[in-house]
Design a protein around this ligand. Structure first.
Ligand code: GLN
Length: 282
């Protein structure tokens, strides 16, 4: 079979198997997996649909299509995901970076503005996506990513090394625990999905680390803990930014206000949904 025929068969198989899977894109995903199997850019597939696929590559491709048909996130199958135009390695030890998290990076960059070299922390860094994105934009800053998972730290360190980011380092511990000294900005995309939320049983979430998705209960416990502890690790006027669920804007603002933060505000994503709440240490 040639490239075009393989793609068409895989598209049909994926469309059938992933009918009820939110965020699935059968045609695009067939191409991503074929490009991965052939180690070519996707554009090559459009230019040469008539080329025969060598047997070993065809076998590898079909195996990966079948994994995807069972719902496994495509990023875990290819082992990578783009975030902030950087290529991150991902494993099942870390959450797959989401495009909506770019708002957190964007907002932090705006707040830091053209201040001099800053100290920035990313709590629960996972793949290191946020920390590396910030460090890549602000080479003079010192960015620290923390995570309670040693496996996640390994992924984050490898990402920073492969992206040649030298101003980000990663330390082990829960949220603020491993931080030393005062920070100008603390950011986090913590677990925030409520315990019984049906999203946990759908799509990519089924395969991601449960602890990266939900703290249990109403989903607000991690935000609460971060807001409480970050005050003692921020400089005066330093910013805290947390990502949260689209219905958690009012609750997140209430949490930050109750902890004494000033200028508390919520930023909305492109779809005008509450996404990131921020506040400033008084
Ligand atoms: N900071 C990582 C990200 O945004 C991981 C977040 C998490 O595991 N909750 O991708």
């Amino acid at each position: 079979m040639n490239i075009g025929q393989h793609l068409e068969a895989a598209r049909a198989d994926l469309a059938g198997a992933l009918r009820d899977c939110p965020g699935a894109h059968p045609a695009l995903e067939a191409e991503i997996l074929m490009a991965h199997a052939l180690e070519t850019p996707r554009s090559f597939l459009y230019a040469h649909p008539e080329l025969e696929v060598p047997q070993a590559r065809a076998h590898a491709f079909r195996t990966q299509v079948e994994r995807r048909m069972r719902g496994e996130p495509i990023a875990y199958i290819t082992g990578e995901r783009e975030f902030w135009s950087l290529r991150f390695r991902v494993t099942p030890d870390v959450l797959v970076p989401r495009p909506e998290t770019e708002l957190l990076v964007e907002t932090a960059l705006e707040l830091l503005g053209n201040s001099g070299p800053a100290r920035v922390a990313d709590l629960g860094t996972g793949s290191g996506a946020i920390a590396c994105a910030l460090a890549s934009e602000r080479r003079g800053d010192e960015v620290t990513g923390t995570d309670i998972s040693f496996d996640a730290l390994e992924v984050a360190r490898r990402n920073a090394a492969e992206l040649s980011i030298r101003n980000a380092s990663f330390v082990h511990g829960s949220w603020c625990d491993p931080l030393e000294g005062a920070y100008d900005c603390i950011v986090s995309n913590p677990p925030y999905i409520a315990e019984g939320d049906p999203h946990l049983g759908r799509g990519d979430c089924r395969f991601e680390p449960r602890t990266a998705l939900t703290p249990g209960g109403d989903g607000l416990a991690s935000i609460q803990e971060i807001a409480r502890d970050a005050t003692s690790h921020l400089v005066q006027g330093g910013w805290l930014l947390v990502e949260h669920g689209v219905e958690q804007g009012p609750a997140a603002r209430a949490i930050l206000s109750a902890q004494g933060y000033r200028s508390v505000d919520t930023c909305q994503d492109l779809e005008k949904r509450d996404r990131v709440t921020l506040g400033r240490k008084a």
